[in-house]
Design a protein around this ligand. Structure first.
Ligand code: EZ4
Ligand code: CO
Length: 402
């Protein structure tokens, strides 16, 4: 089998998606997600101008060799643009392989290690009462694990909390909006939120929380310790992770489990965090983490150090990534949990898919390959629109971590 053609689709059914389609001389084609929130067109150019010409006439079954060719052969390694582009190719090749062999991708990754993939929902509200209502709604929908985020008294808007009546969406169209942040106010508020949520819903539901990289190690240590009575499933991204040693400080002080890595793109970003056992869950995901080929190696390495997977799964990952994450989550032994932010109806219509949710778990379906299609005619009705993640400043105007 040979690759004959590849093309990049950019569409915006509510938010932007970059999709690579690789076609072969046998009529089988594959889809890969290359969406990089707020920097989408850089990946489009990387693929169209620099990668696609090198794919023509290659054997699409050579997932390992093509991955190494794109990673090593470029000389310029790593980085989110490069690794998202490699991931798009890799996903599309696994999709082709599955379709050609007439089997779902999870069977090529080791087969089912479990019956379903536990997913966590997002619940957020302007204050504690609204957040409790939102957690209740997700539990009623059947989720066994819920991430709770709440607005903070004295701050106008908080990342991760919906504005108005619209569901929370990580990117906003137009130029980046700006919001103000106070670590002091946040640290006073977060333990109160979880005290109330745990009291209200009891011990069974798994509770998660995302700090969005906004603390220093010693602040994160304080928060982790104060959250201990509420037994969180995890505290996510407590600190920016460029300084891996920062996690050692957190670890010395708290037993609250730590998850990080949604912005990582290489195993090298997580090497110390994993081998020093400073984290419990690695959040690298298929699209930003170099595809299934690389993420499988990350998971296998993590397994040696009691670290489990917890793949990023916000709406800026397209249904193609979601499907890939579900095949991966069904197959890897050290799976932990998968994030699930449902896409809007327009997105689900542009990307018809076989995956489904039932009673807290998701299932990739049994269609050959990844089990996702792209309706190109419908996609064309939603042209790209510039959008960005918000910018965050401290109350005195200092630019801060988002
Ligand atoms: O900020 O998907 O855990 N989920 C998150 C997300 C991310 C966005 C980045 O594009 O932190 O909301
Ligand atoms: Co996050």
């Amino acid at each position: 089998m040979k690759i004959t053609r590849a093309s990049v689709n950019v569409c915006s059914p509510g938010r932007n998606f970059v999709t690579l389609k690789i076609e072969t001389d046998q009529g089988v084609y594959g889809l890969g997600d290359g969406t990089l929130n707020g920097r989408e067109l850089a990946v489009v150019s990387y693929l169209a101008d620099h990668v696609i010409p090198c794919l023509i006439a290659r054997d699409p079954f050579q997932t390992e060799d093509i991955w190494q060719y794109l990673y090593r052969g470029a000389y310029w390694r790593r980085g989110p643009v490069t690794m998202s582009a490699i991931a798009a190719v890799d996903m599309a090749l696994w999709d082709i392989k599955g379709k050609a062999l007439n089997t779902p991708v999870y069977n090529l990754l080791g087969g089912k290690s479990r019956n379903g993939v536990m997913v966590y929902a997002h619940a957020n509200g302007k204050d504690i009462e609204q957040t409790i209502d939102a957690v209740g709604r997700e539990i009623e929908r059947g989720y066994l694990a819920v991430r709770a985020q709440s607005g903070i008294p004295g701050l106008d808007s908080t990342y991760g909390v919906a504005k108005g009546n619209k569901p929370y969406e990580p990117a906003e169209r137009g130029l980046p909006s700006e919001s103000l942040w106070s670590t002091e106010k946040y640290l006073r508020h977060a333990p109160k939120l979880f005290e109330r949520v745990r009291q209200h819903f009891g011990d069974d539901v798994h509770l998660l929380h995302d700090c969005h990289h906004r603390l220093t190690p010693i602040e994160a240590a304080r928060l982790g310790r104060e959250l201990e009575p509420y037994h969180l499933f995890w505290m996510e991204d407590p600190v920016p992770a460029e300084l891996q040693e920062g996690f050692a400080v957190i670890r010395q002080h708290t037993t609250t489990p730590i998850a990080t890595g949604e912005v990582f793109n290489s195993i090298w970003d997580a090497k110390m965090l994993i081998e020093k056992q400073w984290i419990d869950y690695i959040r690298m995901t298929v699209v930003h983490g170099g595809g299934l080929t690389h993420l499988k190696k990350v998971a296998d390495f993590a397994a040696l150090f009691h670290v489990r997977t917890g793949c990023h799964g916000a709406t800026d990952l397209s249904p193609v990534s979601m499907a890939a994450a579900l095949h991966f989550g069904l197959a890897v032994h050290n799976f932990g949990v998968q994030e699930h932010m449902p896409h809007n109806e327009e997105t689900d219509a542009v990307f018809p898919h076989g995956y489904s949710f039932d009673s807290g778990y998701m299932y990739p379906g049994d269609a050959p390959g990844l089990g996702v299609e792209l309706d190109e005619a419908l996609a064309a009705k939603y042209p790209y629109q510039r959008a960005y993640l918000p910018i965050n400043r401290k109350l005195d105007g200092t630019l801060f971590d988002w």
